[in-house]
Ligand binder design. Structure first.
Ligand code: ADP
Ligand code: MG
Length: 733
């Protein structure tokens, strides 16, 4: 996708000058930026326009905002003999050999291999994996420049998937050349020329959204200059300055959105000020353990918030097993003692049922639901009633539950997120706790408000989110972090095994199952759709049943994303009840299922998952009193992948892994852009703490003076924020 392939000229704009001066067809001034690129006088064929649209380039403005992900610096090529492994470099020379080759298992991957030599005669090997078509575009004897990271192959420097450019055609050489992400059938050169043309003609019509004073405060170039320079800079310094400016815009837009959302939640109505009567403390005193320091701090944050009439909006973040539930329950009991209702909502029925049992156990000492859901607690003046409400709650119970919720008989309501949809009315909801729901967004919040006035809101997540990211993506929530595990946990032993040792993992698994324990097998993340993923899981399931454990055939269960929710829940129940010994699953198992008897996990194709995700998976074992093991299997890992897997094996700290992941793979891959509603930032880095803080302060100041961005000088900001918000919302659904 990213290769700067140079395909033969198609219907590119170089052929002849446009006959008609197309600009005349476009509106005057900035309005031209909203015009279709098809009307912008580019001489491109319809199929090329289709491909541009596939890249998201529909208007002239879109083209100006399609930023290159890097620049080729052909001015700074080095002699082949001086290539250094591990650095991005450029060489120029002649191709000695170019051929299509077959690689990988069974020769299924078609690739291009080439050798280039420079004047000194030194040679370097180049491989373009999975890109056989390059062998048809490049021929021996051609002069080319090749640019990319240099890695070692059999001890010698080589290029893998570098960008390249044919030399001697007189175009685009000798300066910094932009490289854009491509789509199939769209040559780099065509895209480059189209964008260059539009930048040339239209960049000066861009209106700068930033007030001049803000630009001056942060020493940012204006938008026209930044746009010109990000595409065609004269120096690396210009690229840096342009990037910083454009990143500032993106982050500021996000901050305006989240700060406004937070303020709107907090000013939308009064929440009950829940006075502390020692209930939380009295409950904690009944537990067989003391809170960790981190749990204590988080609870104090929460109790402080709910003591005020401003609705709480807080994210409670803590690694799996860090003890978020008791913290939340202590706060819920405070609300109940003050005469309010509290809810705990989970993403699936299984998790809701599990939470219900956990709460029953914590309050009554028994996991079975108490009669009528009533629990008598020494520190409460009257019995407390807990009800559970999920999609499978039967009609009579459902009516009873709804009545109890509406007329105040129910103090604590545990359910799925469906609690805030449909016909549930609360009598006086004081606190709503939402577990593992990263997407608990604007819509759900307003739904919640309709159900129960202005409750306090606590969102819990086990995804370790670095602070900088939390401040952007979840910037509408205050943050409490439980960064400490309760003492005395048996650590999960993690090993990564090369292919020749995979038997060890399955032998260990058999051993554990014979001892009465259970196991998870996580299937590799294959490229492609849900259907492809599900097929891979089904294949693994068959392999285990037919080859690995034929004797356990009927005790192996399968879980994948294409199964209906009900069936998924049934499989989970079967596994939780130890009717199945092995659960084969795609990544859907990630969310907090608690099966303390599961002690072994095998992750197939572990090199394809992110570090934070592997950490989440392994948190499914090690939840009981037996020691647990997690095996990471990888068929053909690259040296980098081996390094990453051994990092997971060595590191128990989810935050450290998430941070490493973010640096290695970027936020979209780390947290799943779709899943988390993470904006896909074009230029900004979510690791740039300094710029994040700066834009946060600016957004707060702007909104202090003009909460709805109504002032004339803020109209640019308003449009900017709307554009970015649209982007974010579009990805959440
Ligand atoms: P999380 O939801 O954060 O993954 P849980 O709330 O499920 O974690 O807690 C995991 C386990 O640890 C539970 O069995 C809980 O009772 C126990 N636990 C919680 N806090 C402590 C503590 N301070 N000391 C010992 N055990 C604790
Ligand atoms: Mg939990």
């Amino acid at each position: 996708e990213a290769a700067a392939g140079e395909l033969p000229p198609d219907d590119g704009p170089r052929r002849s000058a446009p006959k008609r001066e197309a600009r005349q067809l476009l509106p005057e001034g900035a309005a031209a930026l909203d015009a279709s690129i098809r009307a912008a006088g580019l001489r491109l064929g319809p199929s090329t326009f289709d491909r541009l649209e596939k890249l998201g380039i529909k208007t002239v403005g879109d083209a100006l905002r399609t930023f290159p992900y890097r620049h080729l610096d052909f001015t700074r090529s080095v002699p082949v003999a001086q290539l250094r492994v591990g650095q991005p470099q450029t060489v120029r020379g002649t191709l000695d050999r170019v051929q299509e080759v077959r690689m990988g298992r069974g020769g299924r991957m078609r690739s291009t291999e080439a050798v280039l030599s420079d004047e000194t005669g030194a040679r370097v090997q180049i491989v373009w994996f999975n890109q056989p078509f390059i062998a048809r575009q490049l021929k021996p004897g051609m002069e080319v420049a090749v640019s990319g990271n240099v890695s070692a192959f059999r001890g010698r420097p080589s290029f893998n998937n570098p960008d390249y450019e044919r030399l001697g055609e007189g175009q685009h050489t000798g300066r910094l050349i932009p490289v854009y992400h491509l789509t199939e059938g769209l040559p780099q050169r065509t895209l480059r020329t189209a964008i260059a043309t539009l930048v040339e003609r239209f960049a000066d019509r861009l209106e700068d959204p930033l007030p001049p004073s803000m630009r001056a405060r942060h020493q940012l170039p204006d938008l026209v200059e930044a746009t010109r320079h990000i595409h065609y800079p004269d120096s690396a310094e210009q690229v840096d300055a342009a990037r910083r400016r454009l990143a500032f815009d993106e982050l500021l837009a996000i901050q305006l959105g989240v700060v406004a959302r937070k303020r709107s939640w907090q000013s939308g109505g009064d929440a009950p000020a829940i006075e502390q009567r020692g209930t939380a403390e009295a409950f904690l005193a009944t537990l067989p353990y003391a809170l960790t320091g981190a749990q204590r701090r988080a609870l104090d944050d929460i109790l402080g918030d709910i003591g005020r009439p401003m609705p709480m909006a807080r994210l409670l973040e803590g690694d799996v097993g860090s003890g978020k539930t008791v913290v939340a329950l202590a706060a819920m009991l405070s609300a109940v003692a003050a005469g309010y209702q509290a809810t705990l909502m989970a993403p699936t029925e299984v998790l809701a049922e599990q939470h219900f049992r956990t709460i029953c156990l914590l309050l009554s000492g028994e996991a079975a639901p108490p009669l009528n859901g009533l629990v008598t607690l020494p520190f409460l003046p009257r019995p407390l009633r807990i009800v559970v409400l999920t999609g499978s709650t039967r009609s009579k119970e459902r009516r009873d539950a709804l009545d109890a919720i509406a007329f105040g008989g129910a103090d604590i309501v545990v359910g799925t997120h469906a609690l805030i949809q449909g016909g549930v009315e609360f009598q006086n909801l004081g606190l709503s706790v939402v577990d593992e729901q990263h997407r608990f967004g604007v819509m759900q919040r307003s739904a919640l408000r309709e159900k129960g006035g202005s409750p306090h809101l606590l969102v819990m997540t086990a995804t370790p989110i670095p602070r900088s990211l939390a401040l952007t993506v979840y910037g509408d929530l205050d943050l409490s972090v439980i960064d400490e595990l309760p003492p005395g946990r048996t650590p999960i032993e993690t090993h990564w095994l090369p292919p020749e040792r995979r038997r060890d993992a399955f032998e260990h698994m058999r051993h554990e199952i014979e001892a009465g324990r259970q196991a998870f097998v996580i299937c590799p993340l294959v490229e492609g759709s849900d259907a492809v993923l599900s097929r891979a899981a089904t294949e693994e399931y068959d392999r285990l049943r037919l080859e690995q454990f034929p004797d356990l055939d009927d005790r192996i269960a399968l879980l994948h994303g294409r199964m209906p929710a009900r069936e998924k829940d049934a499989v989970m129940q079967r596994f939780a009840a130890n009717e199945a010994a092995i659960l084969v699953s795609t990544a859907v198992v990630e969310v907090g299922i608690d099966v303390p008897n599961a002690t072994i996990m095998v992750i197939e194709g572990a090199d394809r998952f992110g570090l934070a995700q592997l950490h989440q998976f392994r948190g499914r074992v090690g939840r009981g009193r037996h020691p647990s093991t997690c095996y990471l299997l990888a068929d053909d890992p690259t040296p980098e992948a081996e390094e990453r897997l051994s990092l997971v094996a060595r590191t128990r700290d989810g935050f450290a892994l998430a941070q490493a992941d973010l640096e290695l793979r970027g936020p979209g891959d780390t947290f799943g852009t779709r899943q988390s509603g993470l904006p896909s930032l074009h230029v900004a880095s979510l690791l740039d703490a300094q710029l994040i803080d700066a834009t946060r302060r600016e957004a707060e100041q702007v909104l202090d003076s003009d909460p709805r961005l109504e002032a004339p000088e803020h109209q640019g900001l308003r449009r900017l924020a709307a554009r970015v918000a649209e982007n974010v919302v579009a990805e959440v659904h």
